[in-house]
Design a binder for this molecule. Structure first.
Ligand code: P6P
Length: 339
């Protein structure tokens, strides 16, 4: 029997109906994110055809060269989200400080935190890239968002998700553990995100895949080295039989992990003592999606969702994926620190 066609708008309305008294503001916020995703997808998918490649010469807070598509994605999201009255402020990887809602627009009770185009160094070589978003409730008094509204633990997110611009454009979102994680594939011929992956669950048993940049092996902790030795089946370790898959684009590496299982790692290392990936708009939103799909997300010692960041661009080590593999990583790191 043919599966029914469910657009993301229909899905959001159905989800909203499960929350009597919902204002509809939150649903409208998700529609606007889907709209921004369609606009970014259109540009990303023709990047090689028009002069959108190349660098603007500017650098962002991370000191990374900003590619023109980064600028475009940043601008699309801000302009799609700043005037609808849902938000009290925004936070972006591309901006040092909080992005306020212009005084001429109505403000709302949500905070949007996002990485407009993660993995942008891959744009020029046609490797999949992505947008990551996180939504919190406003907690401070007054109309405008403050640091207090932004620096919240990931466990308080009301929704989170990502868009991966790959062989197809997919949007995956969750409204938290009980809401499940759902994937929508963009049909560019009608400009609609259609439900293609309802209730995503990390498979058990997971694929025997570990994902990490092994070039940093010499700079890892002893526990991290022994963990990867285990996956490689070295030194008579009981492990082995794993494959290594590392794209170097967080959204792509996570999306594969979410669909087939395995373990994605970006551990700390001597040159990145706090890790590389940012808490608010990378680790925490992907952690919410991962946990909603039955997986786990850790910084190597504790749940990512419990971390309370001190700064907008704070970083964390990240272990994301199949529950028992994240547990195993914590075990090796704990034993490594005790030896
Ligand atoms: P490395 C891309 O620049 C990014 O922020 C993530 O998308 C990706 O997971 C990571 O950096 C790759 O970092 O050090 O392995 O090149």
């Amino acid at each position: 029997m043919r599966a029914k066609v469910v657009t993301i708008d229909r899905h959001i309305i159905d989800q909203e109906r499960k929350h009597p008294g919902a204002s509809g503001r939150f649903s409208a916020l998700l529609y606007d994110i889907a709209l921004a995703a369609k606009l970014i997808s259109r540009e990303v998918n023709k990047a090689g055809l028009v002069d959108v490649l190349g660098k603007t010469g500017a650098t962002n807070v991370q000191g990374e060269e900003v590619q023109k598509l980064d600028d475009f994605a940043q601008e699309v999201i801000v302009k799609a989200m700043d005037h609808a009255g849902h938000l009290c402020c925004m936070v972006s990887e591309e901006c040092d400080d909080i992005i306020p809602i212009p005084g001429k627009f109505e403000t709302g009770n949500y905070v949007l935190l996002f990485d407009p185009l993660d993995g942008s160094s891959n744009i020029g070589v046609n490797v999949s890239i992505g947008t990551i978003f996180s939504i919190h409730h406003k907690v401070s008094p007054g109309r405008h968002g403050t640091l207090e509204d932004c620096l919240q633990p990931g466990s308080r997110q009301v929704a989170a998700g990502y868009i991966v611009y790959g062989s197809s454009t997919m949007l995956v979102y969750t409204t938290g553990k009980d809401g499940g994680a759902h994937g929508f594939t963009l049909d560019p011929s009608i400009g609609e995100f259609l439900l293609s992956h309802p209730n995503i669950r990390l498979p058990e048993p997971p694929a025997r895949i570990y994902s990490v940049n092994e070039a940093y092996y010499p700079r890892w902790s002893p526990g991290q080295q022994r963990l990867v030795d285990h996956f490689r089946g070295m030194n008579g370790e009981s492990g082995g039989g794993y494959k290594s898959r590392y794209i170097g684009s967080l959204v792509s590496d996570f999306h594969r992990t979410l669909l087939v299982g395995g373990l994605f790692m970006y551990p700390l290392e001597k040159r990145a003592p706090a890790g590389k990936l940012r808490i608010l708009y990378e680790a925490a939103p992907l952690a919410l999606v991962c946990e909603a799909a039955g997986g786990r997300a850790s910084d190597g010692a504790r749940d990512v969702l419990d971390i309370v960041p001190k700064g907008l661009h704070d970083r964390t080590p990240l272990f994301l994926g199949s529950r028992h593999l994240v547990d195993l990583a914590e075990q090796y790191l704990r034993e490594g620190s005790e030896s």
